[in-house]
Design a protein. Structure first.
Length: 275
């Protein structure tokens, strides 16, 4: 079992599952060096995660996601950690040319957020070639967790749907709901990250997904099934420039680190409705 500690710019909404969390800014070199000292590995998840905010304030996105990553890389290198795992995003792929999307799919981010994540990926790789820092990159599709912050305006569709279902409000499906996403439960995410961190090799880029395409209407159906009270669905205007279908090819994670999904969507969603 690994001892783990975290760094976040603000107090997390939920008490940490991993133990101690220090309040620090990833853009602060001294704080990051302090945080990395004594660590075997760094798993870099902190980010400005909102596509909307990245559009409103591109420079802030770059400061957090690019400069913050460079500062974290530098601190990890200076502290002599043995591996750096960067949590990137499937947003680096942009609009899929084919599905399922494999890791060799062309990268062409549509958003500032996706661009900052791709830029950060390049710095991760350059720290490998320039300083010999061992690294891995995970590109998450849609992760979900009952511990995700429901107050965040950037909460994913599962957080929004389950919050509405619990409050007796309708699930608001954008457009006809035929758009698909690839959902992976936080416990599976944690296992993928651990396996990636523990793998001997350096230089892997892995999709973080289940390999299962779920339409938003199918998601609403599963929520109807597992929610103890009645659930209503209403359709609202489609999001402009929304990606229609998104699903990961996950063979590489299976081959390279032995990862496959354990928690089905139905099973994962049940925890949102326990009292
Ligand atoms: N949840 C998903 O489906 C998904 C999909 C693609 C990529 N990702 C990536 O996974 C990671 C985690 O995302 P999440 O969904 O848990 O979002 P989140 O907003 O819950 O987590 C990001 C954390 O980073 C922290 N942070 C932001 N700026 C910081 C700074 N300057 N210094 C220190 N901490 C800072 C935030 O306070 C927050 O706790 C992010 O890198 C995100 O880009 C997530």
């Amino acid at each position: 079992m690994h001892e783990a500690w975290g760094v976040d710019i603000r107090q997390p909404e939920f008490s940490s599952a991993i133990g101690k969390v220090t309040i620090a800014d990833i853009r602060d070199p001294a704080a990051m060096l302090q945080a990395c000292k004594g660590a075997d590995a760094v798993i870099h998840t902190a980010a400005q995660v909102s596509v909307q905010r990245s559009t409103e304030d591109p420079a802030f996105d770059v400061e957090t996601n690019v400069l913050g990553t460079v500062r974290t890389l530098k601190a990890a290198k200076d502290a002599g950690v043995s591996k750096f795992v960067f949590i990137s995003s499937a947003a680096v792929y942009g609009n899929p040319h084919y599905i399922p999307v494999d890791e060799d799919h062309p990268v062409a981010p549509l958003s500032i957020y996706g661009s900052s994540k791709l830029s950060a990926e390049h710095f991760v790789q350059a720290f490998g070639s320039s300083y010999g820092l061992r690294w891995a990159i995970i590109r998450p599709f849609n992760f979900y967790s009952p511990r995700a912050d429901p107050k965040s305006p950037y909460s994913g569709v599962i957080t929004k749907f389950t919050q509405n279902a619990n409050a007796g409000l309708p699930l608001r499906v954008e457009g006809d709901g035929s758009q698909t996403r690839d959902f992976l439960h936080a416990a599976d995410v944690a296992r993928l990250v651990r396996l990636t961190m523990e793998a001997e090799n350096s230089g892997m880029v892995l999709n973080g997904g289940s390999g299962q395409a779920t339409s938003i209407l199918d998601l609403a159906e599963v929520i109807k099934k597992v929610c103890p009270s009645e659930v209503r669905v209403e359709h609202i205007a489609p999001r402009t420039a929304d990606i229609k279908n998104s699903v990961a090819k996950v063979d590489r994670a299976k081959e390279m680190v032995g990862f496959s999904t354990r928690i089905s969507l139905e099973e994962g969603l049940k925890a949102f409705f326990r009292t």
